[in-house]
Design a protein around this ligand. Structure first.
Ligand code: FNR
Length: 383
């Protein structure tokens, strides 16, 4: 096995191991993919200020997110179909996160159910909900999350209407894959993936199958979301759903200062500055570029998190320097999972942790709470 030195190493192995349909599902953005690309490239417009001769013994990346102790300000983002990237993917990712001491967020669109993950973990995890039309279904989902001991829900507010990813249409994305000549030919080259799938209990969209009304084809992601998701979502309904849950709430998918103010008004515990990893509004501003304005608007009133484009600990450090109390990785952990299962997710977390710890120290900061905008040199193009 080659040594894993950076997240890109995991992506390369992942690309060889997992069926092309699921690789493309992960490694793409909507339409021209401008926002997907800029989520990562905009981090390059921020440079780090090196400091020397500062005592760095006894430093730590530990901090808190929504009052919870975390080993570093990084959580695993909710990612749909994770159980197709590796058999039992959600369970393995949750176990890796738990062992590392960072939060795991289970997607509504997961393959393993809330109960599957709860059964195989001991720490509370976070549950992400999409806002579906059916209130009874939402109530049942919340009950299940409560029974499973979830400590917070993440309400995703930027996907009431779905952006288009060309590759998913061309590949006929479905879970499990439909058996066509093309998909069979591709899967024949992914023997390791297939054997794991065969060895593992068959699971399918554990949170939604059998519950959502009016779903004609639950194996087709696009048709299911088009039918079940609520295009008439308003702040009023978000507030009602928060009441229905009654516990901690993180609102995910905020990119605008006015929306951030609304999130404060409805009483969220935190927001995630996010454009859904460049999978929704193509042409939208990158998350890292959106962060300063949102911090200026609400930074004093609510905990602000960020996701989108994070591929290194340096990226995490830059987001924290601009005020984020926490960050999330989506693709970076999926690369690890698809490449090597639970061990790969652990490796992704280790890589990011090492980069964060080293870079923080080289900037002369001993604790996450000491990281501030002074460690950044901001390129003119960033504004
Ligand atoms: C996502 N994302 C996502 N978000 C969400 O709230 N629910 C979901 O089910 C999914 N599903 C999903 C699938 C895949 C394959 C990806 C890549 C992303 C968005 C995710 O939570 C997060 O916002 C982004 O992944 C962050 O960007 P990076 O870290 O992937 O660049």
């Amino acid at each position: 096995m080659p040594p894993i030195t950076e997240i890109e190493d995991l992506r390369r192995i992942y690309k060889r191991r997992v069926p092309r349909m699921f690789y493309d599902y992960c490694e793409s953005g909507s339409w021209t993919e401008q926002t997907f690309r800029e989520n990562s490239s905009d981090f390059d417009l921020l440079r780090l200020r090196q400091r020397v001769a500062v005592d760095m013994a006894g430093r730590s990346t530990a901090t808190r997110m929504i009052g919870q102790d975390v080993a570093m300000p990084v959580a695993l983002a909710p990612v749909g179909l994770t159980g197709m990237q590796h058999a039992d993917g959600e369970i393995l990712a949750a176990r890796a996160a738990e062992a590392f001491g960072v939060p795991f967020t289970l997607s509504t669109m997961s393959i393993c159910s809330i109960e599957d993950v709860a059964e195989h973990t001991t720490e509370p995890f976070w549950f992400q909900v999409y806002t579906l039309k059916d209130d009874d279904f939402m109530r049942r989902l919340f009950e299940r999350a409560r029974d499973a001991g979830c400590s917070a829900i993440v309400i995703t507010v930027d996907l009431q209407i779905m952006g288009q990813r060309h590759k998913d249409i061309r590949n006929g994305l479905s879970a499990p894959p439909k058996l066509t000549a093309k998909s069979l030919a591709d899967m024949a080259t992914r023997v390791g993936w297939g054997l794991e799938m065969l060895r593992t209990k068959r699971r399918s969209f554990g949170n939604i199958v059998g519950h959502a009304k009016g779903v004609s084809d639950p194996s087709s992601l696009a048709s299911w979301t088009a039918e079940a998701f609520d295009p008439s979502l308003t702040w009023d309904r978000i507030g009602k759903l928060m009441e229905m849950w009654g516990g901690k709430v993180i609102l995910k998918g905020i990119l605008d200062a006015d929306d951030a103010r609304m999130a404060v008004k409805v009483g969220a515990d935190a927001i995630v500055v996010s454009n859904h990893g460049g999978r929704q509004l193509d042409g939208a501003i990158s998350s890292i570029r959106a962060l300063p304005e949102i911090m200026d608007a609400v930074g004093g009133e609510i905990e602000v998190h960020l996701d989108g484009g994070i591929r290194s600990g340096q990226d995490v450090l830059k987001a924290v320097a601009l005020g984020a109390k926490g960050t999330y990785i989506g693709r970076a952990f999926v690369y690890g999972l698809g490449a090597r299962g639970q061990r790969g997710v652990t490796e992704a977390l280790e890589v990011i942790h090492k980069e964060l710890d080293t870079s923080m120290a080289l900037c002369g900061r001993k604790r996450i709470e000491d990281v501030d905008r002074d460690i950044l040199l901001v390129d003119d193009d960033f504004h």
